[in-house]
Write a protein that binds this ligand. Sequence first.
Ligand code: HEM
Length: 406
Amino acid sequence: MTYPDGHQGRLVTSHSLVRAVLADPRFSSRYELMHYPLPGGPEGELPPAPPGDMTGMDAPEHTRFRRLLAGRFTVRRMRLLTDRVEEITAEHLDAMEAGGPGIDLVQAFAQPIPALMICELLGVPFADRDAFHGFVTALMSLDSTPDERMAAMTGLQEYMYGLVLAKRARPTDDLLSDLTTSDLTDEELTGVGGFLLGAGLDTTANMLAHGTFALLRHPGQLAVLRDRPDLADQAVEELMRYLSIAHTMVRVALEDVELDGETIRAGETVTLSIQAANRDPERFEDPDRLDLRRRATGQLGFGHGIHLGALGTHRPRAAILCGLRHPDDAAADHLLVRMAPEQHELDPARRPDRRRIQLVQSAQDHSAGRQSSPVVRLPGERRPPAHGPHPVRGCCLRTRHLITAT
Ligand code: HEM
């Protein structure tokens, strides 16, 4: 494949080969060795990973950060986080219901919940959350001007640095405070905070929005899930496979490597299409079909190998964040239960804003005393995006680079 800068590299699309490359230490993740595969990317050589950005490092540097983080994503911490995320989710659903018709799912649900989850994880004090959320919103909004985005990045980075100093001085019960007991420098801690924000924000927001969208486009599947809440974990795997939110990853051969009868030369950039791998018919039968009864184990949406996303904590958290399941399995108070499927309408006439999924609560159903019953107005038929939300790599390289570029 010819890369935008003229580099002759590779594109890997089969599930088994993508998996093999991700597991092979002869392929590096270092940004500075890569050629950017997608048009419109950064020009010239990529800078090395900034401090704290684990996805752009190889062992042993990567191992140091990975161990430090993994040791602190404890069961107890995840349990506390899960409880808080549940409360936050319920509050947002109540607010959406109270807000009445015309609620925007992305603004009211998909964006704020991951942002607040990261506030909880990092221990952002309540008093600072409006300011924090303001930066994040400006950074993520497609309507922000470059100047607004740059100001938000600078603000976030300064905020994160101040937060690190505050946690050092007065530790609280959160991940960032825990990390101040490690040998990480202030700069590295600031980088880790920014990295986690970039890793968890856009990805989760997109999963929430596109996951809801996909289920509404497949009412039969939504019905399956409503009838069988015990399928939630499996359903998340299938949605991860089907949507492949983190659609592209990149590696570089550190030496000549034989792959499927081809020799990949040292220095060649190898682009891995997660979307293609997750829809490889050799691995998944009838791969273009969303089928929540399918066991989509082995899907590569969180990556594979040493960089496997979010340290093993992804799945349960994603299930909850996708609004599919209450952690005590009561299945009483989550997005899908509150959305009665018969009330979802697709409105092809409503085209202007292709980025928004609007939930419009049905007054009729509400007055009948049922739980929320939004009508969903969408801009017409659309396949899952050919190019997902991030230009490349798993966890929002764009946001992370922007954060660290200041
Ligand atoms: C649905 C949401 C998410 C998706 C699709 C996703 C996807 C991914 C992918 C594909 C990778 C591997 C990148 C690579 O190999 O180059 C990754 C790594 C990572 N993700 Fe996520 N992620 C999500 C949410 C989160 C959240 C919420 C967090 C934590 C706040 C998180 C933290 C991380 C970390 C720490 C890594 C780096 C692992 C490493 O380099 O060792 N992710 N993620």
